[in-house]
Design a protein around this ligand. Structure first.
Ligand code: NAD
Length: 487
């Protein structure tokens, strides 16, 4: 689908906010053949991008950046005058984190970005929001930008929610499951159709909606995914009280074609810069709109998710013999999911922090997220390899399911630790491999598995030998893994 020939008639594109979403969008738009100007208020980030360096870890994106820069079609700036003069279609991709004093979305970056552009744009142009915002934001912003802009009503606004997953951002941008255009005019729709022509020509389904529906699609999708994850984690709580095994339960449920296995893997739950804050902001907005009761369950979804973190600490404490004081814990993983360096609301880092607060000596190793994690929690010890992390550990805690941890050899790890005790926070390991090598194995929602035993349920009763994937408790989830976020 990559285009290498510049098309002089194509609209010029600006992308405001060059973080995980915006940098990926800007780079991919240039690869698709558009002239693109990325804009950010963060001078450091802009300098890095100008130098051809992606400021975060995202597989495949550095290669696309190289390619886009080589075409001469991609530039970056901090100058809004330049952006306003350059663009025909301006995508706004700035952050919408949780507000500091409530569960609402913080919209100050969105307001600033739209205002900075609108006050400078003096001709017909389209502003397109991609950030995840509360329902009603786009309608309100339309009045604001048309009031601010010398172009008045000639400046139109549309919303194009984004569903990319970190770790698969390039693939999801170039081959999305669907496109959603929230528009207020045929002209706005036609502009978006021109921009996304390469994807539409490739057969990507398109849903054209009003502004409010487009905003709602995004938060509804994230709410559904979060609910599915918390559903199986709620079942894990029931399993813990009954001696049942949630990994077998999940496997059995996943084979029901009405249910499916994706996002049905039990474990430490969801995190990241989207799902947690998006469901909270949605609940908050629904309450403002007088329909809070309709999504009250999202509060439970959030609570179940957070309880998995404290319950993980309980299991690690039990493995350590009842107290965490002075216990050396190897925390494997800090990112909110593998193939990302994003530690925003990361369950892994939260568990590491809780262990530290209970007196454990915590050594963290994440293949990519150590620098971000260190900035967030400088009190923890960070090391540069798996071997360093587990050396002399009393308990090993797998908290983010990087392949490096899944594929580690229990015998080799066992030679390094002080005690062979492992907490598998992601149901990512084969417990039989570990127990056979003398490890005590614990996972959320599964019966305790002491060293030397080949599983709490006899292998024959599952229909799988100890080597079979089902014994890892992993339902079929597709390549991205069940905890990957769709945002
Ligand atoms: N990260 C994802 O996977 C993803 C997926 C779908 C949707 N989203 C949504 O996209 C939005 C951005 O998320 P992100 O993860 O890319 O955030 P991010 O924090 O990585 O990036 C936001 C960028 O916006 C910049 N910025 C802030 N104010 C600005 C302004 N006034 N002008 C120009 N730039 C400004 C920041 O400097 C930063 O570089 C959020 O609403 C998020 O919910 C994110």
């Amino acid at each position: 689908m990559d285009s290498t020939l510049p098309n002089p008639a194509a609209p010029k594109v600006t992308v405001v906010g060059t973080g995980y979403l915006g940098a990926t969008h800007a780079i991919c738009m240039a690869v698709l053949g558009f002239d693109v100007l990325g804009v950010d208020v963060d001078e450091r980030k802009v300098a890095q991008l100008r130098a051809g360096k992606v400021p975060f870890f995202e597989p495949g994106l550095p290669e696309k950046l190289d390619r886009a820069m080589a075409t001469g079609r991609l530039h970056f700036t901090t100058d809004f005058d330049e952006a306003a003069a350059f663009g025909d279609v301006h995508f706004v991709c700035v952050g919408t984190p949780q507000a500091t004093d409530s569960s609402a979305a913080e919209l100050k970056y969105v307001h600033a970005a739209f205002a900075s552009l609108a006050s400078r744009i003096d001709r017909k142009a389209l502003l397109v929001g991609k950030s995840t915002v509360p329902i009603g934001t786009a309608a309100r912003l339309t009045g604001m930008v048309q009031g601010l802009s010398p172009a008045g009503p000639e400046l139109e606004l549309a919303w194009n929610p984004e569903f990319l997953r970190e770790g698969f951002a390039v693939e999801d941008t170039l081959h999305p499951d669907r496109l959603v255009f929230g528009v207020a005019s045929e002209w706005a729709e036609s502009q978006l159709r021109r921009i996304f022509h390469p994807l539409l020509a490739d057969g990507t389904p398109l849903i054209v909606t009003d502004l409010a529906t487009a905003e709602l699609v995004k938060v509804a999708a994230n709410s559904f995914l979060a609910t599915k994850i918390s559903f199986i984690n709620a079942m894990a709580e029931v399993c813990e009280a009954t001696g049942a095994d949630v990994s077998l339960l999940a496997r059995a449920l996943s084979l029901d074609t009405r249910i499916g296995g994706r996002f049905l893997k039990p474990g430490l739950g969801f995190g990241g810069g989207c799902l947690p804050k998006d469901i909270r902001a949605f609940k908050h907005r629904a309450e403002e709109l007088g329909v809070g009761q309709a999504v009250r369950f999202l509060g439970e979804v959030d609570s179940i998710n957070n309880r998995r973190r404290t319950r993980s600490v309980d299991l690690i404490r039990e493995l350590a013999g009842g107290t965490l004081s002075g216990v050396k814990v190897a925390a494997l993983g800090a990112a909110f999911k593998p193939n990302s360096d994003d530690v925003r609301d990361a369950p892994a880092l939260d568990v590491a922090r809780l262990l530290y607060l209970e007196g454990a000596s915590v050594t963290v190793y994440d293949p990519e997220a150590n620098p971000n994690a260190h900035r967030t929690y400088p009190d923890l010890d960070y090391v540069g390899s798996l071997a360093e992390a587990v050396r002399h550990a009393d308990v090993v805690a797998l908290l983010t399911e990087w392949d490096e941890f899944r594929e580690a050899d229990p015998q080799d790890l066992g030679a390094l630790v002080a005690h062979r005790r492992i907490f598998d926070g992601r149901h990512a390991l084969n417990p039989d491999h570990y127990t056979a090598h003398g490890w005590e194995y614990r996972a959320l929602g599964r019966p305790y598995q002491p060293a030397g035993r080949s599983g709490a349920v006899a292998a024959g009763t599952t229909g799988h030998g100890p080597e079979a994937p089902a014994r890892t408790g992993a339902p079929e989830t597709g390549q991205e893994g069940p905890f990957s976020q769709s945002h």
